[in-house]
Design a protein around this ligand. Sequence first.
Ligand code: ZN
Length: 456
Amino acid sequence: MKTIFIVQILFLALFVNGQSTQKSEMVDYFTNNGLSSSVKTMQHPAGEYYKGVTYVAYQGPTVDPYVASYNHETDKWAGPFKAGESILTGRDPGMIDSHGKPAIIIDDKGYIHLVFGGHGGSPEFGTNTLGSSLRGKMKHVVTKKPLDITEWEELDNISPFGTYNQFVKMDNGDIYLFYRHGAHRSNWVYQLSTDNGRSFDEPVSILKTKKTEGTMEQPDIHDTWYAWFENGQGNDIIVTYNYHVCKEPNHDGERHNCYYMVLDTDKNEWRNVEGEKLIAPLTKELADEKTLVVNTDTLWTVRGAVRLDKKAYPHIIFYQGEHLGLIHGGSKQVIYYRWTGKKWMTAESTDLPVATGDIMVSSPDKASLLLAGKINGNAELAWWNTKDGGQSFKKGEVLYKGKKSGITTSAIIRNAHPNARVIISGNHKGDYKKMYLVGDNGSVKRLKVEADQLEE
Ligand code: ZN
């Protein structure tokens, strides 16, 4: 009898203790309702640090955009809140179209903007004069109040024909929205807002899509592009891009080369790395002649990221491999190039892993790549550093390590706090992902009861 009583007491104690542990249990993810390809480096920024708070955006349930925030001073999370409605939702049962994941930017008045939802734009929105249409609708939403992510409204002031939405904001508050104006066979463009995103000018073409010489087997070939934009020096915007051979019939993901150029937003002029003026939109011929970083010949590439060193020389990463495997999760060797002031140099270092990510540069010789991938069987986000201008790389701090594969990373957060440099996603249940905000101290923790957003 006495023994049973003690066991009962023990059980009660355990139960009570268990419950209290559960309530205060911390986890390393901030939500578990990321959907499929919830963040990538392409749609960026995916987050911005502003006045003590990191705001993050990602693709959540039914491919709608979600926003959460983390206050670095109070250690409190808010959200995620659904910020808009994507019409890419559920277009085919079982197929998730992740092309419209959100990019985020905070304007000079503190309103938070997202652009999302486009995969070329559905033909129902009319004729796409700058390319081909496909599906979805690129949309723009903004918070109803400054820095308050709970309520959003839609602004009808951008083209519906967008894919790969990216924001670049200048020091004077101008907001450039970059994207491909439609499906594959579309120009890359920007729209400029000089009034904190309340209106945007008409799209301006940067890279031109056009029919090119075909072959007997594939008579229908178009020059098309993938591009990634970022702030340069002063009022410059820099871009790295690659070339997609868009061919029919038997379309595939064939892409080659790496290119670089600069937009001087004061003069509204494009120039190449040597300062030579370029006429936009660039054709394939002009891009090859004036902006080529490297011709990869038969090797395929996936565009990466570019940042400047203190001499304003670009450092670029991209991914290179053989054929289809490259696009669909195959071997993606990271390739690093930098401009020396006279030429592009690479060591094509074999030290670098199969991974994707972003780059930070301090001096011409010192670059740090923040890369996510499967490394020695683990899902890892780690720094890979060079101190000799890219001739060799050494693995630095590991910021996140998980046993499950399937890790993907955003580009580096705008104005990132060192404790919150990127957003990564890792596998959860089915197509759902756990989302992590990761910096120099590892993941930013959150109460499990708050982070478990997905309904069981
Ligand atoms: Zn294509």
